[in-house]
Ligand binder design. Structure first.
Ligand code: NAP
Length: 322
């Protein structure tokens, strides 16, 4: 993507894993900011960020990273967003835009907003793009290309700040949409959170079936099971926090899921092929429509097979973990 006019002068990334480091790479490559500060929890990650050269300055504390920044994006697991807001609050520059990338929005808004001073603009965000990999090495500049980024500005948010953040995410390659945080959490519960829970559960169930079966699971995992193992390899800390912080929406969607599963169980028990066929035909049409709008490829194996010379971490088309 061509270089653009900077949208912000200094960007601070609190947390520099898959998402933070992808933002750093894309923002720098596309000229969206003039310089980048980063912080991370551990010395090992900070050292790696410095080695990769994806930030101009790497700091040991979140407050130092946030100081003087025009855009601060919290890229940590959602469980620590509130504590991070508290740490950076006194270092924030008047007029700065504070945002995040958390997969849950109502809880992040509730946890962060009370700590932020009135002189800054808080506009939470969620890029709906990811992989099952973590850490600064997993990031890549193309992660957000043609993916959605959902902004959930609180009522009365500064329109200019929302517009600048929108411009920033568009510059990173994303399609931006504004949404109410509760609505976001419901939508993501069914499209992302419950599917991850199902993957974690099915892989866990298979693992409990005993050693003989386990080896068969590995042997025959070329089937649909392999896609579940990929999703179930997603970061445990991130996903623990997602379920703890989107509890109500996930429980609501799990309830509906269980009811529908009972219908299928009953159809199998009573040999009701029509119910099964009708649902499978409907879901096949849904997948086709997802491909048509460009959010997935029609390649066999979901396009996941690595091509010769392609790095282990995909660079062209992320296979959304989120
Ligand atoms: P990640 O690769 O595990 O990176 C998390 C980063 O946060 C690491 O650099 C970690 O530092 C840092 N961190 C943790 N606690 C911190 C603290 N108290 N202060 C400063 N830094 C801290 O995770 P990720 O996949 O980038 O996910 C980050 C956020 O993006 C999550 O909120 C997640 O919900 C959201 N998200 C994820 C995806 C996805 O598919 N992965 C997609 C969209 C949104 P250390 O390495 O030193 O521990």
């Amino acid at each position: 993507m061509a270089e653009q006019t900077p949208v912000f002068n200094r960007l601070a990334l609190i947390g520099a894993g898959l998402i933070g480091s992808s933002i750093a790479r894309a923002a720098r490559e596309r000229g969206l900011v003039r310089n980048i500060a980063a912080s991370a929890r551990t010395e090992a990650t900070r050292k790696r960020v410095a080695e990769l050269g994806i930030a101009d300055d790497v700091f040991a504390t979140n407050a130092e990273a946030a100081k003087g920044a025009d855009l601060i994006i919290v890229c940590t697991p959602v469980g620590v967003c509130g504590a991070v807001a508290q740490e950076i609050a006194s270092a924030l520059k008047p007029g700065a835009v504070v945002s995040d990338v958390g997969s849950v929005k109502s809880a992040v808004l509730k946890d962060m907003a009370p700590h932020l001073p009135a002189k800054v603009h808080f506009v939470p965000a969620h890029p709906v793009a990811g992989t099952e990999h973590s850490g600064p090495d997993a990031g890549f500049a193309e992660l957000f290309d043609n993916r959605w980024c959902i902004l959930t500005p609180p009522p009365g948010a500064d329109a200019g700040a929302v517009e600048r953040l929108k411009k920033f995410w568009s510059g990173l390659g994303a399609n931006v949409e504004i949404m109410d945080p509760l609505h976001h959490d419901m939508v993501l519960a069914i499209t992302s959170h419950v599917p991850h829970l199902i993957a974690y559960n099915i892989v866990g169930t298979a693992a409990h079936l005993g050693e003989v079966t386990q080896s068969e699971v590995i042997k025959f995992s070329a089937g649909g099971f392999r896609d579940f193992t990929r999703i179930a390899a997603s970061d445990p800390t991130m996903w623990r926090d997602v379920f703890l912080h989107n509890k109500d929406a996930v429980l609501e969607m799990l309830g509906r899921f269980s009811e529908d599963l009972s219908v299928l169980t009953r159809a199998i028990r009573f040999g009701d092929g029509k119910t099964l066929f009708d649902l499978f035909a409907h879901t096949r049409a849904i997948r086709r429509s997802i491909i048509e709008i460009g959010q997935e490829t029609a390649e066999p194996d979901f396009g996941r097979q690595r091509k010769k010379n392609e790095p282990a971490v995909p660079i062209a088309r992320p296979y959304a973990s989120d």
